[in-house]
Design a protein around this ligand. Structure first.
Ligand code: ATP
Ligand code: MG
Length: 587
């Protein structure tokens, strides 16, 4: 599908000059030592500590600048300066130390987006313990699985959320401390828990971060569970180099920005880009505690004068469903850059952004395992709708194929060829293991490449085009079909809100392309609409690629990070077991 590129103006026409002014020269000139020189390092040669670079560095230089503007669902606002964040996280680090929590011990947070969550994350990093974030919407089982698997010693949560933990507590012999907090409200006495505020009140505001080695553990994130059981990807402190540089180049963050990332802190985007990238770049970070809703979200953009916004395809598709007129009834004119991650961003969504906000969404690609954005559309560079963009400076991705003759994976040089998307190891925020599963970790590296598990193409100008996850690619009558192109074609039809496509086993064609479609408000499923959609897709894609079958669903099954779970569509279609559904969104 060819859409016209979105052409960017010359550099002198930007109100804020883009940090990445020229993709080629910035890539050619890249060197991680120079990036290191833009950061601070602990005093006396103590190395890079994520919390120091994100919080204390700015607390020392611009203590009164607002680091976090916390906006409640009701619209109340609380501001926290960098100095406040330093004090709060210092207290938390001291509280951990007072409890005897050591370097590398796992500390999990199971909370909604409250200021205490952020203090806990950075306090844990200051103590060199490993922070593990959980979705607050998780039920007891996913919480138990992750706390058991990681042997967490500390859990920070709220009295309301503890109701889900109490019933599984007996299964968690390693969990020694449950710290309860309720944003200033006195918490009830519950056996087996302690009030966090009491510990914080008793703790000092001063904390000296111990020397931090590049390979000291920092964050542990369970993957989204889109393709199977979530894996515990573990990261290190020197990853901060990548958070900082991608915030600067891929999100174009400048210190004056009012930045809003909509991702839940339970997902890696909520930490890497909800906390680490914005704060290492010294911006004011808007934390919105409310849930999704078109009007509520536009109100945040308007009232908080958001300049840079990072969100996800599912949310964008839901906003599209609510219509362009709703956007236009708010003043979003402060916005100058919008980006998206988590799933392929359909060209239709890129173009809709342009129409509704006057600026396009910039898609970018990365994974829990990569820890940072790897491939991106940049502020200064033209967008090819449907493409994930081009590699970050310092990142070397390639399309690789298995060469049967040599038995090795080799990079494909010529453009336009579909293959496995791989990355040359060595970028700073690369995961260092899957927790307690070194074998699976090792299996992701072959012949000098990290294998991402995604399929893609690269064009002659270096833009990468997502095809699908390796597991999702469909083999129909000898053609390989990526679900993304079929889904993108379907959602160009005015009746379609979202689409998920699978390969359904077939005795003749091996697999046939089957689509599941959720309709926009005002449209009802019918045989004639089904036939119309099949005809529409055939005209766009040709009969070999267009779906042979279409089913209508009220909505598609998704993970809590908003990804369509095609494996579940397939299991349900074939009557097979559903596998791990711990991350399935249930509302
Ligand atoms: P699991 O590994 O548990 O199955 P997951 O892969 O969905 O879950 P994440 O690490 O959150 O967990 O997601 C990374 C994946 O999301 C990528 O490998 C890719 O398949 C998809 N993805 C992320 N961003 C994009 C994008 N811009 N375009 C296409 N796909 C994307
Ligand atoms: Mg994955």
């Amino acid at each position: 599908m060819d859409h016209q590129p979105i052409v960017k103006p010359p550099l002198d026409q930007f109100s804020v000059p883009p940090n990445l002014d020229n993709w080629k020269t910035r890539r050619a000139a890249h060197n991680w030592d120079a990036v290191r020189a833009e950061l601070d390092g602990l005093p006396n040669g103590g190395g890079l500590n994520l919390a120091h670079e994100a919080i204390d560095r700015h607390a020392n230089n611009t203590p009164d600048k607002v680091a976090m503007r916390w906006v409640t669902a009701a619209g109340a606002v609380e501001d926290y300066t960098y100095a406040d964040m330093k004090r709060l996280s210092n207290r938390f680090a001291n509280a951990l130390r007072d409890l005897g929590i050591q370097k590398t011990d796992r500390v999990f947070v199971f909370m909604d987006r409250t200021p205490e969550l952020y203090a806990a994350v950075f306090g844990t990093l200051k103590n060199l313990s490993i922070i593990g974030p959980l979705f607050s919407a998780f039920g007891p089982e996913p919480v138990r699985d992750r706390l058991q698997h990681s042997h967490a010693r500390v859990l920070v949560t709220t009295p309301a959320l503890y109701k889900k933990v109490g019933q599984i507590r007996a299964d968690l012999p390693h969990l020694e401390h449950v710290l309860l907090t309720d944003h200033g409200v006195t918490v009830p006495e519950i056996p087996g828990t302690q009030p966090l505020d009491t510990l914080l009140d008793a703790a000092s505001e001063e904390f000296e971060i111990p020397p931090t080695a590049a390979e000291d553990w920092s964050v542990m994130h369970y993957t989204s569970g889109t393709t199977g059981k979530p894996k515990g990807a573990a990261h290190v402190h020197s990853a901060v180099l990548g958070h900082y540089l991608t915030g600067k180049y891929a999100l174009d963050l400048h210190p004056e920005d009012l930045y809003w990332c909509t991702a839940d802190p339970g997902w890696v985007t909520g930490t890497s880009y909800g906390m680490f990238a914005p704060w290492t770049n010294g911006v004011t970070n808007i934390i919105y505690a409310g849930g999704f809703g078109a009007r509520g979200w536009y109100r945040v953009l308007q009232d908080q004068q958001v300049t840079v916004w990072y969100t996800a395809p599912t949310a964008i598709r839901m906003l599209m469903k609510a219509g362009t007129a709703v956007v236009k009834s708010f003043d979003t004119s402060a916005l100058r850059f919008m980006a998206s991650v988590g799933e392929p961003l359909n060209p239709e969504a890129v173009l809709w952004g342009h129409e509704a906000f006057g600026i396009p969404f910039h898609d970018n690609w990365w994974q829990t395992e990569t820890g940072m954005i790897m491939i991106a559309n940049y502020a200064s560079q033209d967008i090819r709708p449907g493409s994930m963009g081009r590699p970050m400076p310092g990142v070397e991705p390639a399309i690789i194929q298995h060469n049967e003759a040599t038995g090795k994976y080799e990079a494909v040089v010529e453009p336009g060829v579909e293959g496995d998307l791989a990355v040359r190891p060595g970028w700073p925020s690369m995961f260092r293991t899957y927790w307690e599963d070194q074998e699976r970790y090792a299996s992701r590296f072959k012949d000098g490449w990290y294998l991402t598990g995604d399929r893609a193409r690269r064009d002659a100008d270096g833009y990468f085009w997502f095809v699908g996850r390796s597991d999702d690619v469909i083999n129909t009558a000898g053609h390989l079909v990526g679900p993304f192109e079929v889904e993108s074609a379907l959602i160009e039809h005015e009746a379609v809100a979202e689409a998920g496509v699978i390969g359904k086993p077939d005795p003749i064609a091996m697999e046939i392309v089957k689509a599941f479609v959720a309709l926009k408000d005002g449209y009802a499923p019918s045989d004639s609409l089904r036939n119309e959609l099949i005809g529409f897709a055939r005209r766009k894609l040709g009969p070999g690629v267009a779906p042979r079958e279409i089913d209508f669903l009220p909505s598609l099954p998704k993970t809590r990070s908003g990804k369509i779970m095609r494996r579940l569509l397939k299991a349900r279609e074939l009557g097979l077991p559903e596998g791990d559904t711990s991350t399935l969104e249930d509302d």
